[in-house]
Structures are given as structure tokens and as C-alpha cells.
Ligand binder design. Structure first.
Ligand code: HEC
Length: 433
């Protein structure tokens, strides 16, 4: 072999070796990244179980159905007209949601009747899941918001579920926990999103909560420091929210809410959830001025007995903006459908006001009737009204940033130590020299 050919050959071997080593290193880092993503994806809670707690713990159910719904299951509310029979529609949905879940106390992985699933990634941020029921922190309720007798600020925590048709879509997004697929999210008809909201308030604070189902949860000591969790405290069921995919609605979804009410005669406390309101559109034309002239929402049904039942406290004019649908724990400057219509990426300016109108002109931007698949912002990607999908994407992005920062810092540190090896033992002191 001539000298020049030998040189070329050596360079080739050398380059291949370096490239191989780099590829191997990259492959190793990718594997580690995927493993770390999988761990965080299914992490059960932000804080560990409280010391001394011996009861059951939250276990996220994330084995999403691999195939779309077969079409065999029937959804009885789809035979009812939500505009003419809103209460019956809501009760039918409520009974479907409670079936099998009362028996297992919403530890849905034990529901023998029907499959329900959780959302991944909800344990990364300080407002993330607590370890006993997997609840995440919601906006606290200011005094007077939930009842006239409520004198102190009260924390609200919540946990959400999807039935199988909805879970199929969630599973599709998260087939690879390290790489979400956010394009083309549209839930099929039959999907139900369900959310249970618990308050730390007692029946003294909120009289209609007498004998409401109680859960113990290791929540924040104070809302200002969401990550500083205390020992388990008693929380009471106050509200149950549903999002029902129904093509007949202007926005492709029907939102509805129930409030626990002690006046209901059922022996089973969970069945004392009263239909409060139902919404199938945002009433895009209903402005403050038209409201003052006497106009009211025509795409919301409100239970006419809300004031009598004490659910609509004197401190608020309505549950949702200008009479649109909302629950007592929600901000009355917003409403179910408006807040949920912002579920999309990017998610920079959607969160605030999420329906809270800063001025009359801007307000209606948050009260448009977007169709499933239509993003809130031009050029954005819709998450089809699922704010759980939007929350978990945010947590994923935060996790990814911190993981990459940590690994990058780690790699830089290793490299620095290689170039500038520090002595591992203490340098000899001048005294012994
Ligand atoms: C101001 C914003 C806001 C309003 C108003 C609001 N929600 Fe939500 N909702 C959220 C957020 C954020 C989540 C997801 C994160 C979580 O659960 O903490 C959520 C989650 C849910 C879920 C779980 C499935 C999903 O779509 O993410 C349901 C069901 C739901 N809400 C129904 C309702 C109903 C019904 C109303 C009205 C009675 C309502 N929401 C009002 C912000 C809002």
C-alpha cells in the first residue's frame, strides 16, 4: 500500500470510529431520555404519600385502548334532545358516569362495569397530583363565592377521567411519551370527559354540603405554595363537571355541571348531585350591552332554582359570564365552553383571561363557537376542547426543558472535568512540603 493510500485508509478508519462512538453516545442518550419520559409520564403524584398514611393510594390508569371504539356501545343521552330535555340529558350522563364508580370510590382501575382512564404527566408541576386521589390544585374559592355563609378562602382540588372513546384519542397523542403527536386531535362521539371537584370547606362553610362524600387528600398547606403539601385533610365533593362530545351541539360538545345538594332524598350521597347548567354554545352575540337591555343566553340552560338552593351565592350575579354556564367554584367572568375553547397549542395568551373579558371588544374573542379541530389562535393546533390535554402538554414541556437543561449541564460538566481534571484528593498543604 502506498503511503498516501495508507493515510487515506487511516483517516477513514479514524472517522468511522469517531462517528460510531458519537452515534453510540447519541443512541444511549436517546434511550435514557425515552426511559425518563416514560417514568415521568406515569408518575402517580407530585408529593410522596404522607408519613403514617396506610390507606389506598392513587394509581393512574394509562393503558389506553389501542383501537378506536368498536361502535357496539350505545350512549343513551344521544337519543335525548339536550335543548328540550336538558335535565334528563344531564341525569342520563350522570348515571353513566357513576355506574361502577360509586362502588370503587372512583378508583377507576377497579371499576367492573366500564373502563375509565386518567391523564398522564400531571405530577410534574407544584400544582400537580396529590398522592391519595390524584387530585390537582384548582383556583381557590374566595369568601362568599360558594355560599353566603362561607367566611374563609377555601382550596379546591380536582381529578378528571375519560371514558374509552376519549381515552383512545389521549393514547394516540401519547403513544410515545417522549414525543407527543398533537396533530389532528378530534374526539369521537360518545366521548365523555368527567371531572370531580372537592373543597376543603365543611358543611358549616357551605350548608348544602351536609353529608357530602368525603375524601382525604394530602393537599397544599396554603394555596400560595402549592408544592408544600401537608398531612391528609378532609375534602368534600362539591361539583361534578362533564364534557360530552355531541355532534348536534354548535361547538360539537355539550358541557354540563352538577352540584352536591343535601336536600336531595337519595340514600346514596353521590346521587345527590343536582343538574345545575348545560351549554352547547358560547352565545357569541351576547354582549354586556345586550345583557343590560334584557337579552339572555340561548345556548345555555340554567337550573331555575339556583338561588333557592343556595348554589348561586349573593356575591355573584350569575354562574358564568352574563348567565352562561359555569359551576360555583368557577370564575363568573368566564364559562365552561369559552375556557375550554382555548385548548390548543401554542398556549401563550390563552390562559388569561380564558374568557375573562378585559374590555367589551376583546371579550367576544373568548366566546366564539369554534368547531372541534379549530384552534383558538390562527395557525395553532387544536386540542379539541380538552384542557387536560393542554395541561399535560404544558407539564410535558416543562419537564422536557428541565431534563434537557440538566443533561446539558451534566454533559458540559463531564467535558469540563475531562479538559481540566481537578485533583480528587486535597492538594498537599504547604506545611508538609
Ligand atoms: C376558567 C377556565 C375553566 C372554566 C370556566 C371551566 N373549566 Fe373545565 N377545566 C379547566 C382546566 C384548566 C382543566 C384541566 C386541568 C385540570 O383538570 O385541572 C379543566 C378540565 C375539565 C374537564 C376534564 C376534561 C377536559 O376537558 O380537560 C372537564 C370535563 C371540564 N373541565 C368541564 C368543565 C365544565 C362542565 C365547566 C363549566 C361548568 C368548566 N369545565 C369550566 C378550566 C376551566
Amino acid at each position: 500500500m502506498s503511503l498516501s493510500r495508507f493515510c487515506k485508509f487511516s483517516v477513514l478508519v479514524g472517522t468511522t470510529g469517531v462517528a460510531g462512538a458519537l452515534l453510540f453516545q447519541q443512541h444511549r442518550q436517546t434511550r435514557e431520555w425515552q426511559r425518563a419520559a416514560r417514568r415521568e409520564f406515569s408518575r402517580a403524584s407530585y408529593n410522596s404519600p404522607p408519613p403514617g398514611y396506610r390507606g389506598p393510594l392513587f394509581r393512574p390508569r394509562l393503558d389506553f385502548p389501542p383501537k378506536p371504539p368498536s361502535g357496539d356501545e350505545t350512549f343513551p343521552w344521544l337519543d335525548l334532545d339536550f335543548k328540550t330535555e336538558p335535565e334528563r340529558y344531564l341525569r342520563t350522563v350522570r348515571d353513566y358516569c357513576l355506574e361502577g364508580n360509586i362502588e370503587c370510590d372512583f378508583r377507576v382501575e377497579e371499576n367492573g362495569r366500564r373502563d375509565w382512564y386518567h391523564i398522564p404527566w400531571m405530577s410534574f408541576l407544584p400544582t400537580g397530583r396529590e398522592p391519595i386521589h390524584g387530585m390537582t390544585m384548582e383556583r381557590p374559592a374566595a369568601p362568599g363565592m360558594l355560599a353566603d355563609t362561607q367566611r374563609r378562602r377555601l382550596q379546591t382540588w380536582a381529578v378528571a377521567f375519560y371514558n374509552a372513546p376519549g381515552a383512545f384519542v389521549i393514547g394516540n397523542v401519547w403513544k410515545e411519551p417522549s414525543r407527543p403527536k398533537l396533530d389532528g386531535v378530534v374526539f369521537p362521539e360518545g366521548t365523555i370527559g368527567l371531572k370531580l371537584l372537592f373543597t376543603e370547606g365543611s358543611a358549616e362553610d357551605i350548608p348544602y354540603l351536609k353529608e357530602s362524600p368525603v375524601w382525604h387528600a394530602a393537599i397544599a398547606r396554603e394555596p400560595e405554595a402549592p408544592g408544600d403539601r401537608g398531612p391528609p385533610v378532609e375534602m368534600r365533593l362539591i361539583q361534578m363537571d362533564v364534557a360530552v362530545r355531541d355532534e348536534r351541539a354548535d361547538i360539537g360538545w355539550v358541557f354540563g355541571t352538577f352540584v352536591y345538594h343535601s336536600s336531595q332524598s337519595s340514600d346514596a350521597p353521590w346521587r345527590r348531585l343536582v343538574p345545575v347548567c348545560l351549554q352547547w354554545g358560547n352565545d357569541p352575540d351576547l354582549t354586556q350591552q345586550r345583557y343590560q337591555e334584557g337579552a339572555r343566553p340561548v345556548q345555555t340552560w340554567n337550573n331555575p332554582r339556583l338561588r333557592d338552593l343556595g348554589i348561586l351565592a349573593a356575591s355573584r350575579p350569575y354562574l358564568g359570564w352574563l348567565g352562561r354556564a359555569n359551576g360555583p367554584v368557577d370564575n363568573f367572568k368566564s364559562c365552561c365552553a369559552s375556557c375550554h375553547s382555548t385548548a390548543s397549542v401554542p398556549d401563550k395568551d390563552n390562559k388569561i383571561p380564558r374568557g375573562v373579558p378585559p374590555n367589551a371588544d376583546q371579550a367576544l374573542r373568548w366566546f366564539r363557537n369554534l368547531r372541534p379541530g379549530q384552534a383558538f389562535e390562527k395557525g395553532g393546533t387544536s386540542l379539541d376542547y380538552s384542557l387536560q390535554l393542554s395541561s399535560c402538554t404544558t407539564q410535558y414541556n416543562n419537564w422536557k426543558k428541565s431534563y434537557l437543561q440538566n443533561t446539558l449541564l451534566g454533559t458540559l460538566k463531564e467535558w469540563w472535568l475531562e479538559v481540566h481534571p481537578f485533583p480528587t484528593t486535597a492538594p498537599p498543604s504547604g506545611k508538609n512540603d
